[in-house]
Design a protein around this ligand. Structure first.
Ligand SMILES: C[S@@+](CC[C@H](N)C(=O)[O-])C[C@H]1O[C@@H](n2cnc3c(N)ncnc32)[C@H](O)[C@@H]1O
Length: 304
């Protein structure tokens, strides 16, 4: 639970903090540590794991299913409170190594310490402290919070072995134009700087409004789809059964971070255009992008 790791080669020393190894290079820049510290305010407060996270996880990462994790060596970039770490581990991964830059990793450790195949580490996704040995790497809701999302994706994929796969979910620009226009200026100038307790309280009113709108107008149809004519039809319908505090957490999540990019489809497709095969990027519920690709490092290296 406490101690120190020492590198036998270079003699670098890394502390273990509350059971979590802190494998950080000395110089992580301020914007990244601030982003992670802001998210820790979310995950330390809304810290419990919920049943519906599983359905949400596989919807974000489809066509991956639980079977794709069985027996795999898995790397997760940006685990937050470890809700997906726990899922990957409990679906039979050989091992899951999950990193987060913030104190959220302590919550992730608490949720997964009973799972012998789950390993949580404090680390920077831009310089992951692991070797390129993984069968599968995934990152949900993280790359768009990095200073350079494309470089973040390349960094995630760089830890996958030849022939392994990388999966991700990121915010889309398409369908979210009003956020970039009206919400982003408020987030960057105001809400990302507010003390967490104050922001939580300030989010109550818009969260209550959104929760009411979802309950009134977004009941899913028999096929699970949302009302096609309303904005965010499928997305809000997917949240219809969520309790109020989940909506509250989602609104807080949107407003707490100093860095959030809303990415165009062509930008995201460019990430997997070279060095991969079987690459597919799809729109997820019309407001975000999900991608899956197989690493083809040897082909990329021989072409250079
Ligand atoms: C929106 S949360 C998503 C967490 C988790 N993937 C989930 O869906 O529950 C984004 C997470 O990325 C982490 N993060 C941000 N920058 C990071 C970096 N450079 N390296 C590792 N983690 C980072 C934050 O600390 C935060 O926990």
């Amino acid at each position: 639970m406490a101690g120190e790791l020492t590198c036998s080669g270079c003699h670098a020393r890394f502390p273990i903090h509350e059971g979590v190894p802190v494998l950080l290079p000395g110089d992580v820049d301020k914007v990244k540590t601030e982003t992670a510290a802001r998210f820790a305010e979310e995950w330390l407060h809304w810290s419990d794991l919920r049943d519906y996270y599983e359905q949400e996880f596989f919807a974000w990462l489809a066509p991956l299913t639980a079977a794709d994790f069985a027996g795999q060596l898995v790397f997760e970039g940006g685990c937050g409170k470890g809700r997906h770490t726990a899922l990957a581990a409990s679906h039979g991964a050989k091992a899951v190594v999950s990193i987060d830059l913030g104190q959220s990793a302590i919550v992730a450790f608490a949720h997964t310490r009973h799972l012998p195949n789950a390993h949580v580490v404090i680390g920077d996704l831009m310089r992951p402290p692991v070797r390129p040995v993984f069968d599968l790497a995934f990152s949900v809701g993280v790359l768009h919070h990095l200073p350079d999302p494309a470089a973040g994706f390349a960094s995630l994929a760089s830890r996958v072995r030849e022939g392994g796969r990388v999966a991700f979910w990121v915010y889309g620009q398409e369908g979210n134009e009003w956020i970039t226009k009206y919400v982003d200026p408020v987030r960057t100038r105001l809400t990302s700087r507010l003390p967490a307790g104050f922001l939580r309280a300030a989010c109550l009113v818009p969260s209550l409004f959104l929760w009411g709108v979802i309950k009134l107008f977004y009941r899913p149809r028999a096929n699970g789809k949302g009302p096609a004519r309303l904005p965010y039809g499928d997305y809000f319908a997917s949240m219809y059964a969520y309790p109020f505090d989940e909506i509250h957490a989602n609104v807080f999540d949107q407003l707490v971070t100093p860095v959030a990019y809303y990415l165009r489809g062509d930008e995201v497709r460019a990430w997997v255009a070279e060095g991969f095969r079987d690459a597919a990027v799809r729109s997820h519920r019309g407001y975000s992008w999900s991608g899956l690709a197989t690493v083809r490092r040897e082909a990329a290296a021989s072409a250079r």
